[in-house]
Unconditional design. Structure first.
Length: 388
């Protein structure tokens, strides 16, 4: 079921963002389209994304005295619905930018609409399109190669020589596997399997039996959310005692709840926001992360416990920063000219401090993160701890 929410908030709090002013006097208000998955198999990620957006609106809901309208739709974890939602927002609501969605397939579907309609997309799922296909999108989650390399470094440090892989049978599973192949070999680590399963599957027994039979030193997954717990549960059932690793797409409380004892000791890369209080005082990401936590508490009544809500928050910061610079063109929100100016401003972003990264974008690169955007954490008694 689709849900439509319109937020026209004229007052907000700017926790450390600083005063924003526009260079021109707009006649129209800014409109942001937000697509997430509030139902279906990706909802364990989509719901945190929505909570992150609530925190973002609480943090700052106007720009230079102009209201920001938020138009929200549920894609029900379906890429075709995500694409239809995007087209509706652009054609009917005249949004200036789209932020979304919870899964890589859905984000890629929106990207096709964004390219066709020349509307900027800030993807909060890990999605990448090369060349002109991705010219109207940027991606906030850290790229798989950047995060996988951190895991491979940790494997090498622990003496891992062989690793089994199991991931989703979709774009995210492909991204992680390809990155693992490229990082593992130079580190002297052999990838011995490439097992896959669908996000909606309820069992991976067959795939895990094949992996266990190979007796790898470690197993890593290319999965996300609650469906990502399946391989670890199956490994535990088969008595696997090797090291277990995952990716940043697993950092949410539902995964920890479903995985239980089977995911204890899991090592995974993630953005610094997850361990913000453990960062050094001079780390600029620490302050923005703590501001995010305060805004999240204000908006949702509880502290954040996942990595996904912070991506939505960072998307909002990116939009605000770019919109301020796009205003210098004198283009009016709701027009093709403003969407182009906003896209150009987004891909020209430099040293924007967020909760996950310090972002720097290029017109030819979908990702804006570097080594400052990653830490390795370990799951200990249900809590993520900085692995030192």
């Amino acid at each position: 079921m689709k849900v439509l929410i319109r937020i026209c908030a004229s007052a907000g709090i700017a926790l450390g963002l600083g005063a924003l002013s526009t260079a021109g006097a707009w006649a129209a208000d800014l409109k942001v389209g937000f697509i997430t998955s509030l139902s279906g198999p990706v909802s364990s990620l989509g719901i945190p994304y929505e909570k992150g957006m609530k925190a973002a609106v609480a943090y700052k809901s106007e720009l230079g005295g102009h209201k920001i309208q938020l138009v929200q739709l549920d894609d029900a974890s379906d890429p075709s619905t995500a694409a239809r939602n995007a087209r509706k927002m652009i054609d009917e609501d005249k949004v200036d930018v789209i932020i979304g969605t919870a899964g890589s397939p859905g984000a890629l579907a929106i990207a096709a609409v964004a390219r066709e309609t020349k509307t900027p997309l800030i993807s909060i799922a890990n999605a990448n399109l090369p060349g002109e296909d991705g010219a109207w999108m940027v991606t906030l989650p850290q790229p798989a190669p950047l995060m996988v390399s951190a895991v491979v470094e940790r494997m090498k440090k622990s003496g891992v020589k062989t690793v089994g892989y199991i991931g989703f049978s979709d774009a995210w599973g492909d991204l992680v596997y390809d990155a693992l192949q490229k990082s593992a070999e130079p580190a002297g680590i052999k990838v011995v399997s490439n097992e896959r399963y669908a996000r909606a599957d309820t069992s991976v027994t067959g795939q895990v039996l094949k992996i266990v039979a190979l007796r790898p030193d470690a197993v890593i997954t290319g999965t996300s959310g609650t469906p990502g717990a399946l391989p670890y549960l199956a490994l535990a059932e088969r008595g696997y005692k090797g090291q277990i690793y995952g990716m940043h797409a697993l950092i949410n409380p539902d995964f920890v709840r479903v995985g239980g004892a089977a995911v204890e000791g899991l090592l995974a890369p993630t953005g610094p926001v997850i361990v913000a209080e453990q960062l050094s005082a001079d780390n600029p990401i620490r302050k923005v992360s703590m501001d995010f936590r305060a805004a999240y508490q204000k908006a949702n009544g509880v502290p954040p416990t996942d990595a996904f809500s912070a991506y939505t928050f960072d998307a909002w910061l990116l939009f605000l920063d770019a919109a301020q610079r796009a205003a210098a063109t004198k283009a009016e929100p709701g027009t093709p000219q403003f969407r182009l100016a906003l896209r150009d401003a987004i891909v020209a972003t430099r040293e924007l401090v967020g909760t996950h990264s310090v972002y720097n974008f290029k017109p030819t690169d979908r990702y804006g993160s570097d080594e400052r955007s990653r830490v390795v954490v370990k799951l200990e008694k249900g809590q993520w701890k900085l692995d030192k």
